[in-house]
Design a protein around this ligand. Structure first.
Ligand code: ZN
Ligand code: ZN
Length: 311
């Protein structure tokens, strides 16, 4: 049986990598597939912290499945083609496990598709292990746990589902860590922003969304010090502008999320700044605004923009 590649979205976050590792293992046990977890990019600092902590090898980063001699893939933590592997349209999608909206997605054949509106794809996979009574190795439990913590910002994000905490508790036990202590250490590991250039920051965790025919790039960085990032507004705006120019995005939005207080500062550049400003009922000051209680790109930012761009 030829190999099936399992991967999360481009610009992988902890869930993209952990869900691929977890589902690759589960698919071997449950479906007897010959899978390999890979990644569509290098692991970020938060993910590296988790991989090191649980002594799990980082998946290889690749950009094309065909170059690997593979034509069948499994997508985790995403389904939209523009967030997937470059040659996705030429591949057979065996299955999807996701917790995002379903958009820009189409297959020729039937497939395994599991999408639930929960906090993390890794939470779904953790529960699948349980449903199928498959033992979770310690390292995989630790990675799935890390992804749930990362995506839900330690259960503070409105994307958190009541089942997330329950599965996280079980995973923490299997992984042998204190959920809250490990959780905060993990989140802090991803907030080391001072050493990064503007260009690096706006590419850390960025996704492209087609909104009413416009290509909108939305990046998010986690911090414990929003002010430090606002001091770098000029450099960040320059980086966002050159991304727009180089990659053809119409607009670039940066969410700077305070993981301790669960608020975000939004910065925007592009052709439709007005539409972005109108999407949120707040005061804007030189292309940035404070959004109280906003931490979720997919639940609190993308839906508002979708509405505003459609007007
Ligand atoms: Zn993700
Ligand atoms: Zn996720």
């Amino acid at each position: 049986m030829s190999k099936i590649l399992v991967f999360g979205h481009r610009n992988p976050d902890t869930d993209a990598i952990a869900s691929a590792i977890g589902f690759s293992y589960l698919a071997k046990q449950k479906f007897h597939l010959n899978t390999e977890a890979i990644a569509l990019g290098e692991a970020n600092e938060e993910t590296k912290y988790a991989l090191d902590f649980f002594n799990v090898e980082a998946p290889r980063a690749i950009t094309s499945a065909k170059e690997e001699g593979c034509d069948t893939v499994i997508l985790t933590d995403h389904n939209e083609f523009q967030q997937s592997i470059l040659d996705i349209e030429e591949l057979t999608i065996w299955g999807v496990v996701d917790h995002h909206r379903v958009a820009n997605f189409e297959t020729e054949s039937p497939l395994f598709f599991r999408a639930e509106p929960v906090g993390s794809a890794s939470a779904i996979i953790g529960r699948m292990f349980q449903e199928n009574q498959i033992a979770i190795p310690k390292g995989i439990a630790g990675m799935l746990l890390s992804a749930i913590i990362s995506d839900t910002l330690l259960f503070k994000s409105p994307t958190t589902h009541s089942t997330d905490k329950a599965i996280a508790k079980i995973l923490a036990q299997l992984a042998g860590v204190d959920l809250d202590v490990y959780g905060l250490n993990l989140l802090k590991a991803g907030t080391n922003l001072a050493s990064k250039s503007g260009e690096e920051l706006v590419n850390l965790d960025a996704k492209t969304f087609p909104l009413s025919g416009k290509s909108v790039r939305i990046a998010q960085v986690n911090t414990v010090d929003i002010k430090e990032m606002l001091c770098r507004q000029n450099a960040l705006e320059e980086a966002m502008k050159s991304e727009n120019k180089a990659k053809g995005y119409d607009d670039f939005i940066l969410m700077i999320t305070d993981i301790l207080n669960s608020d975000s500062e939004l910065m925007v550049v592009g052709d439709n700044v007005k539409l972005v400003k109108e999407a949120f009922d707040v005061e804007w000051e030189s292309n940035h605004a404070f959004l109280k209680g906003v931490v979720s790109r997919k639940k609190q930012v993308v839906p508002k923009l979708t509405e505003s761009y459609a007007r």
